[in-house]
Design a protein around this ligand. Structure first.
Ligand SMILES: [Zn+2]
Length: 171
């Protein structure tokens, strides 16, 4: 850190104030006597994506949203849900705290979230992202999804049955 007036690096901190957004420091230059303020803020950094061919690409939120929108075309999915999905992916990347990550990390995160939003959008995204290139591989993905849905609805039915039997025993 240099004095903004004389470029000396001989600085003294006069006082420090911590708030939610930043740490503020009053400083004094020991060379010219000028006083000035510095702010220290957290910066969220989104890692650079390493593509399958090894090339690097900056994370592009708009590009990500375009991909999601294609998968969601004509589906009853609110714009807000797409926006939230993009935000979740971006925060997830930032929380990894790495300078670079494989671009697969993005696709994996999108696909796992889309599964909970809309099954059709999920399958469309999976076809592109997982490069499903035959009807068999698409069917395998759909079968997997249906099996998961059945097991989760079976769990709900199970819970209701328990509830029902509790009510029955209370009567
Ligand atoms: Zn100075």
């Amino acid at each position: 850190m240099q004095c903004p007036y004389c470029s000396s690096e001989r600085l003294k901190v006069l006082d420090t104030a911590d708030s939610r957004e930043a740490i503020r420091r009053r400083r004094e230059c020991l060379a010219c006597g000028a006083r000035f303020t510095t702010y220290e803020r957290a910066v969220a950094v989104t890692p650079v994506l390493i593509k399958a061919d090894g090339t690097r690409e900056a994370f592009d939120r708009e590009k990500l949203k375009r991909g999601i929108w294609h998968a969601c075309a004509k589906r009853p999915i609110p714009a807000l849900a797409v926006e939230r999905l993009a935000t979740n992916v971006e925060r997830y990347l930032q929380a990894l705290g790495q300078a670079e990550v494989s671009s697969r990390v993005v696709g994996d995160k999108v696909i796992s979230e889309l599964k909970d939003i809309d099954p059709i959008a999920y399958v469309r995204y999976a076809i592109v992202y997982l490069k499903l290139d035959s009807l068999y591989s698409v069917r395998a993905e759909i079968d997997k999804l249906l099996a998961e849905q059945n097991s989760s609805s079976a769990a709900v039915v199970g819970a209701q049955a328990t509830e029902g039997s509790l009510i029955a025993s209370n009567c």
